[in-house]
Design a protein around this ligand. Sequence first.
Ligand code: BG6
Length: 458
Amino acid sequence: MIRFPDDFVWGSSTSGPQSEGRLPDDGKGDNTWDYWFRQAPEKFHNQVGPEVTSTFYEHYETDLDYLLETGHTAFRTSIQWSRLIPDGDGEVNPKAVDFYRKVFEGVKARGIELLVNLYHFDLPMALELKGGWVERSTVLAYERYARLCFEMFGDLVDRWITFNEPIVPVECGYFYQLHYPATVDPKAGIQVAYHTQLASSLAVKACHELIPDSKIGIVLNLTPAYPRSQHPADVKAARIAELFQAKSFLDPSVKGAYPQELIDLIRMHDLTPAYQAEDLEVIRENCVDYLGVNYYQPLRVAAPRYAANPEAPFFPSVYFDHYEMPGRKMNPHRGWEIYERGVYDIAQNLKKNYGNIEWLLTENGMGVEGEEKFRKNGQIQDDYRIEFIKGHLLELHRAIQEGANCKGYLVWTFIDCWSWLNSYKNRYGLVELDLTDQSRRIKKSGLWFKQLSQNNGF
Ligand code: BG6
């Protein structure tokens, strides 16, 4: 039997834009996803947009009961900035305050630890129209929004989170065209990354001022970068991949400063963002209290096969090629590699290089396309998901035995949810959502997860 520490929590993560849905009179403003879906629905899988989602806005009471039925002792969701402040920096929407207070009270009334994230890829459209994260004014609007959240909900939230996977909107919005503004603009991308970090540090500062006994962290996808071989060129590729993908937010968030090698590389490409000298002090003095770590698959890289075209726009990937390791274990239903050992390696890295900071595994899970084919006698028999979770928990347990400071495991996600351009393509839930009538049914993994939580292990 694998047993976890007594204070270890079990639960799941979701986000506001992926679960709440939208009603005509709810007062929510547009975020970039609402706008983009209206402009280009063909980009979204099966043309299902963010207004559908799993209708948590209407059904939160019954959904919160599902948390208990699936053994949750912790639950993470996010506030939608565009619901609380429809234009991003103006009036507060009283219906949103009422909604979030009721949801958070509902979580607490069920005896569940509550983690609340302030930003999950969802910028209010009115701010995007003014330049979005490229502009410093967005940093100040975010700081105001964060302060309002701490004041209005600080009595209910156990752990705050400033951003979820902040590197993703940078990569997807300014390099790979998968998030709005879907442009290729490296200079803007680096500026956005810098402004996001500054906003995060300002939120940490505000949280510590307004609610001194609370904890605030940031959620990062800390996928280790594994080199193809120990050849120095492959090792260098992995080091630089990790600089851009992980350390760009990990180091300023936990250590209060950017790695010198990253600063030098950015300067070499003439991409140094606009900043003010006092910003660096804000970043230095306002480190997070804990980390959330999302882990799905490893990043494997090799030295680039070709020299970069000096005239092409800069991409971090000029320093590394993605590498498919022969014989890797796959989740064939999502096309992602499964490498459980990644969890252990993340834990070792945090222990050795980041002062063994407290952390939670805030996302880990198995997306499955066409999951209805696994239904038997009315229930999804997702043994593959149970095996996936067990495999990662074995590695996490091994790391904890060796001193890792991990306080909980949150699966992605509790009810199948809408996922950006992928919409409902990949199902991750412990609970199945039937999109035709919005009915919910607990999957086999949901029942197993309850036992896992009750036994504090397996
Ligand atoms: C995570 C994001 O990285 O991946 C979630 O934080 C997202 O918002 C999840 O839904 C799953 O992504 P996908 O593309 O497999 O549906």
